[in-house]
Each structure stands twice: as structure tokens, then as C-alpha cells.
Design a protein around this ligand. Sequence first.
Ligand SMILES: Cc1cc2nc3c(=O)[nH]c(=O)nc-3n(C[C@H](O)[C@H](O)[C@H](O)COP(=O)(O)OP(=O)(O)OC[C@H]3O[C@@H](n4cnc5c(N)ncnc54)[C@H](O)[C@@H]3O)c2cc1C
Length: 182
Amino acid sequence: MSENLETFDYVIVGGGTAGSILTNRLSAKGASVCLLEAGAEDRNPFIHIPAGYIKNIYSKKLTWNFKSKPTEHTANRSFILPQGRVLGGSSSINGLNYVRGQPDDYNTWAQMGNKGWSYDAVLPYFKRSERRIGPGDDTVRGRDGEMPITDLDLVHPLCEAFIEGAKELKHFGFNLIDIQRL
Ligand SMILES: Cc1cc2nc3c(=O)[nH]c(=O)nc-3n(C[C@H](O)[C@H](O)[C@H](O)COP(=O)(O)OP(=O)(O)OC[C@H]3O[C@@H](n4cnc5c(N)ncnc54)[C@H](O)[C@@H]3O)c2cc1C
């Protein structure tokens, strides 16, 4: 073994969403971490513009260029299957929408025998990664995490009308009060 070979407490393969968070948390605790990322640095300006993902998902440099196979069920068409290949991974090319599952989603998983996946069990992890800015119910919101979360700056009247309409029709299979609480 070479004397110059650097050693690390941890080697993390993939500097995407999970890998970057893990690297940050481990190194904050004083561990040395080697993060290996197949893609380049996240310098492309469209990564840092909220709607930039519309361009980035087609980027040959920022994605793995995966495509689905044409099948008879897709009228023999092939679709892009964007996956980020850049520091930040898919979170560098994603839509920046913060969406959690419904409590029932997790509770159903737990009921199916998946220990540790109930809503109460996963909620602390959601809260831990979240830095909620603005009003919010702190029983379900995090204030000190790495990921800043805000409400939409622009609320289109059509979206509001759609939700009101769905409430009247009781069209969704879940309680809209739960959605607002999330
Ligand atoms: C177009 C798009 C829009 C999305 N929109 C949203 C959204 O609005 N809201 C939301 O919550 N989620 C969204 N998502 C989903 C979310 O971004 C992903 O679920 C999340 O980023 C996955 O994190 P990950 O750490 O599992 O993988 P990734 O973030 O994809 O990280 C994997 C990393 O590993 C690297 N890698 C892979 N193989 C190797 C290797 N052999 N050696 C070195 N590095 C390697 C990759 O290059 C990549 O950087 C979207 C995803 C896409 C693709």
C-alpha cells in the first residue's frame, strides 16, 4: 500500500440527495468522508433557477440519459427517464416541490409488517431535514434542517378553485384537512 494513500472513515458512492446529506451529517460530526460522484460540479445556472429543470432533464451532461424502451403499450414510443448525474444528483434537476406522503400511506406500510415505517416513526426524519420558513404547525414541521421549505409565492386562483371544487365533490379519497396540515 502506498504511503500517500489517503484513508477515510467513510466512503460514500453517489453525491446525490441522500449521499450529500449523509456526507454533510457525518463530516459535521468530525468523521472524514470521501464522496465519489460520477457527474460534475453543479455549476450549470439552470440548476439554481427553480424552473430550470425543464431544460436540465434533457441535458446530456447532467443526466444519465436513460430512456424507456418502446413498447406496444406506449404506441412504440420511448420516453426520457431523467436521473441526475451531477453533484446533487436528481435534486439538482428536480422540480423543487416538497411533497410528503399522506399519513395513511406510511401507516399502511407499517400495518403490512414494515416496522419503523408508520407516520409517527418517519415524521421525526421529515422534521429533521426540513427548515420550514414562515407559518406552519411545528408538531409536523421542522425548523432547523438543511432543506429550506416555503409556501408557493404565487398561488394561482385556478388551483385554489380546483381544490375547492374537489372538496365540494369529496373527490379525493383522503381528508383535505390532512393535506393542509402536512
Ligand atoms: C426530473 C425529476 C423531477 C423530480 N421532482 C421532484 C420534486 O419536485 N420533488 C421531490 O420531492 N422529488 C422530486 N424528484 C425525485 C427526487 O429528486 C429523487 O427522489 C431524489 O433526488 C433521489 O435521491 P437519491 O439520493 O436516491 O438519488 P440521486 O439524487 O439521483 O443521487 C444518486 C447519485 O449517485 C450518482 N451515481 C450513480 N452511480 C454512481 C457511481 N457508480 N459512481 C458514482 N456516482 C454514482 C449519480 O450521478 C447521482 O448523483 C424528481 C426527480 C426527477 C428525476
